[in-house]
Design a protein around this ligand. Structure first.
Ligand code: ANZ
Ligand code: ZN
Length: 874
């Protein structure tokens, strides 16, 4: 036994139990085992998996260092730890690293509000959270730790960006951006939620800015098609990604302007329904469309309308919900087939960023167009006849007909079905030179510039003569200046008196440093790869990255289903293309865990009370301790500061220990579902830890020496329970059914308790097994019990292989057979497993009811389906 574990026995003096029942002292034991693991290097992984054993890379989404861990972290990291410990025991070479997603706005806000520098605030928070995670007993390899705000990380990221530039995957574009007027920054479309900034909640505005973009759209087809191969991802996440990438087949159609507009002859629209071209009633453009600007130049009322529409926000959700509004520009366009002219409107539901920023409106076939047409009294010509309808009587009322049907009122398309009509319309457009079939993608390029201090500086220098010049490799990293003023509004880097003034690396002339920093989603798009060589002087080391990647099991919240996961997939593909990586996909397996919830309590006068301020009543309600008045209890509320229903993991660990917290969080529900944190649940788990401890310590005196084999038939029932439990828990851990594993172990504990009289060797086997089976979930208690059971053992449980279930021991003792005569059930027969066929037939035949059914007739055939049926044919 190694020195670090020797003292453990003092916590449980088995001899002194009679006076006082043995108690497990988690507060002493947990830190001691954490030290033992670390001293033994139990969680170290090789730089490059050496191929002697299969590699397994387990990763949980790394945390933002807010300063404190919350229950969501506890659940996330416990799940990952169960996987890591289990896979290690199964003989894998496991890598399980941890780091910090450390750039971002809260640090800057802390600087503004409290005058503490973002770096100082961040590193203090990291230290506090690291200590909390260490107390949880996670089997993490801290040697690989880094924070994205370390220059040694973001400097490598700057190198990667220069490679993206060289590969044509980064470009500077003027574009309409979502502007958050409170945070004073650009937001990606994904960061606009219901028309508001995801952090500030402010109504988002449109603004035109020059920004850096990463060309994710170049990968749209492969990002979509490769989703099919991600078999260990939740279907829901794959679907969300597919919708986000949004492939649509359709056509671009060009309409000649019938009203002269300077510099413009045509308007191009994108449609997925070229079959409905004869149902056109108007053309509509986005407020930012050049044609809208041209119309505004002629009419101040139009200009006013455009300003109004723009302030509405740009997200699709906002537009979907907003009332449809529009204004006729007075301009007209010519239909490509009929030459008839139609009015051009500006409409608030047309997005500039999608397709061409212009549509043709077909109110009979599209609900938005119909709502718009009804509102502004535009015609609604029907062109698709639903199956079984009579063209003479079919009418469009308040609902558009958006399904397939037969074309009518449509000239050369009449009589065709929708699919054929689409093809025919595209052929005709192409023949006329008025359009062509296209595939359109919803995915936009990724704008990565942010007007922020606490982020990775974009390594570019702007020179009037040379344009945007990459910072030469030898000048990297471009580090953040420390002396910044957060009092002034705007971007502190831009406000800095000297930092941005540099000379051009190209011509030596006066130049200006880029003062924007990267969107923090850039930082998290490759950190999982950097963990494979966290200290390297190059962004990645191919042998290490290719040896470890892809991540075998990634675990995190569903809120990252689109952004983070899609950006990471894009980065991985881009890095593969540049020769850094071989795998095209970063995460082979993905698991999304549910939320941790807690009841919330509210007084009649609307005050939220914390769980400590209330007392439960027998009827399931609660009263305020201070006043005795009843409070409203609402179940299943997300933990939030405003509802005062958060539970601090640190306080739970102080009171019950890490294993109890881990056990409870695993026990309640399947891990992909939401779970409710309850006081009753956590104290139940705590009692279970003590029960296991007593079970082992009470048995100790009567157990034979380790490795004593039970005599052939001894303790058969207990041994069966042992081997069945191994099989069931193994299966549960393989399938993320951790709550099932917990339940099986509870049952097993009952079985061991009930078998106090069983053979000693069988009891030892059962106790050692339960100790090893709990180890992925309650690793400290497992070590403690193991040290009691095997005081001379050198190996820690963390170093032991997973127990094997012996199928013959797990098998049932006897089987029950249905005995039939001529296929009709006459009796049942219980025989010991392994009984030979002749004996089975003889016993079955001897049964009274069977005898009666045979009625003295000769048996012509005897049939035996092992384990199930015996049938006699007479
Ligand atoms: C005419 C039409 C007739 C349409 C009809 C639909 C039904 P998805 O499938 O999402 O790609 N559209 C095109 N560009 C738009 C934009 N910038 N803003 C708002 N709407 C736009 O949707 C494609 C359809 O959305 C297009 O097909 C177009 O309306 C509209 F019976 O064209 B359709
Ligand atoms: Zn220059």
């Amino acid at each position: 036994m190694n020195d670090a574990v020797t003292p453990s026995r003092s916590s449980s003096e088995p001899g002194s139990q009679r006076a006082e029942p043995a108690r497990y002292d988690f507060a002493k034991a947990e830190p001691r085992w954490q030290e033992a693991w670390s001293a033994q290097g139990c969680f170290r992984s090789p730089d490059v998996p050496d191929g002697t054993r299969p590699k397994y890379y387990v990763l949980e989404m790394f945390p933002y260092p807010s300063g404190k861990i919350h229950m969501g972290h506890v659940r996330n990291y416990t799940l990952g730890d169960v996987v890591a410990r289990y896979k290690r025991a199964r003989g894998h070479q496991v890598m399980h690293p941890m780091g910090w997603d450390a750039f971002g706005l809260p640090a800057e806000n802390a600087a503004r509000e409290r005058g503490v520098h973002p770096a100082k605030w961040t590193y203090q928070n990291i230290a506090a959270m690291r200590a909390e995670l260490q107390r949880m007993g996670l089997s993490l390899e801290w040697e690989r730790e880094f924070a994205t705000c370390d220059p040694s990380y973001y400097g490598q990221q700057q190198k990667l960006f220069l490679e993206f530039m060289k590969a044509g995957l980064a470009e500077r574009k003027e574009s309409w951006v979502n502007w958050d007027p409170v945070d004073n920054t650009v937001l990606a479309n994904e960061q606009v939620i219901d028309g508001r900034g995801w952090r500030s909640g402010a109504l988002v505005e449109k603004k035109k800015l020059s920004q850096w973009f990463l060309s994710i759209t170049k990968f749209a087809p492969e990002l979509l098609s490769a989703l099919d191969g991600l078999e260990r991802w939740p279907e829901r996440v794959r679907l969300m990604q597919a919708n986000w990438i949004g492939r649509s087949e359709g056509a671009r159609v060009r309409f000649d302007l019938a009203t002269p507009v300077e510099g413009m002859e045509q308007v191009e629209v994108f449609t997925t329904r070229p079959d409905t071209l004869f149902g056109m009633s108007f053309l509509a453009v986005a407020a930012e469309h050049p044609l809208a600007a041209a119309a505004a130049a002629r009419d101040p009322k139009i200009a006013e309308f455009i300003t109004e529409v723009r302030s509405l926000g740009t997200s699709e959700a906002a537009i979907e919900q907003a009332e449809k509004r529009g204004m006729d520009t007075g301009l007209r366009v010519k239909h490509p087939f009929t030459g008839e002219t139609f009015p051009v409107w500006i409409a608030n539901f047309v997005l500039m960023e999608y397709g061409t920023g212009a549509i043709f409106g077909c109110p009979s076939g599209d609900q938005r167009d119909l709502d718009f047409a009804r509102k502004y009294d535009l015609p609604v010509p029907p062109v698709i006849l639903p199956p079984g309808e009579d063209p003479a009587t079919f009418r469009i009322g308040k609902t558009a007909y958006t399904e397939d049907g037969t074309l009518y009122n449509s000239d050369f398309l009449d009589g065709l079905n929708s699919a054929a009509a689409k093809r025919a319309a595209i052929d005709a457009l192409e023949a006329k030179g008025a359009g062509q079939g296209v595939v359109n993608w919803r995915l936009r390029d990724w704008g990565v510039s942010r007007q922020r201090y606490w982020g990775c500086p974009i390594p570019v220098i702007h020179c009037e003569a040379c344009g945007a010049v990459p910072v030469p490799a030898e000048q990297l990293p471009v580090t953040l200046p420390e002396d910044v003023d957060f009092a002034k509004p705007g971007n502190p880097l831009d406000n800095h008196p000297t930092w941005k003034h540099v000379s051009c690396p190209n011509c030596g002339g006066k130049a200006r440093r880029e003062t924007d920093t990267f969107d923090t989603f850039v930082d998290s798009s490759w950190y999982f790869a950097r963990f494979t060589s966290p200290k390297a002087e190059t962004p990645l080391v191919p042998e290490a990255a290719n040896g470890w990647l892809p991540v075998d099991q990634y675990i995190g919240g569903i809120e990252h289903a689109i952004l983070h996961l899609l950006y990471s997939r894009f980065f991985t593909r881009a890095l593969s293309g540049m020769g850094h990586l071989k795998t095209p996909e970063p995460f082979a397996g993905l698991f999304t865990q549910g939320m941790v919830q807690h009841a919330s309590y509210r007084t009649q006068d609307g005050r939220w009370l914390s769980p400590e301020e209330v007392e439960a009543t027998p009827d399931g309600g609660a009263v305020e301790k201070a006043t005795g008045l009843a409070v409203t209890v609402s179940r299943n509320d997300k933990m939030s500061k405003s509802k005062r229903n958060t539970i601090d993991p640190g306080a739970i660990i102080d009171r019950y220990g890490a294993d109890t917290a881990r056990w409870f969080i695993l026990s309640d529900n399947p891990p992909d579902r939401d779970m409710e944190w309850t006081e009753a649940g956590v104290s139940g788990s705590s009692r279970f830890t003590q029960r296991l401890f007593r079970l082992v310590s009470n048995n100790l005196a009567s157990l034979p020496a380790p490795e004593t084999l039970p005599a052939a038939d001894a303790g058969r029932d207990l041994r069966r329970a042992t081997h069945r439990t191994i099989a069931a828990v193994t299966e549960a851990l393989e399938t993320f059914a951790f709550n099932v594993a917990v339940a099986r172990i509870h049952e097993f504990a009952n079985a061991i308790e009930a078998a106090a009289e069983a053979d000693g060797a069988a009891r030892r086997e059962a106790l050692e097994t339960v100790t090893r089976l709990i180890s992925p979930m309650m690793p400290h208690l497992a070590e403690e019990l193991w040290s009691l059971l095997r005081p001379d053992e050198k190996m820690l449980v963390a170093q032991l292989p997973w127990p094997e279930s012996d199928a013959s021991l797990a098998a049932a003792d006897s089987v029950t057979l249905a005995v039939q005569v001529l296929g009709k059930l006459r009796a049942t027969l219980a025989v010991p497993v392994g009984t030979d066929e002749a004996t089975i037939f003889a016993q079955a035949e001897a049964d009274e009811n069977v005898q009666r059914a045979i009625a003295g007739r000769p048996i012509r055939k005897r049939i035996h389906v092992p384990g199930r049926i015996v049938n006699f044919v007479v």
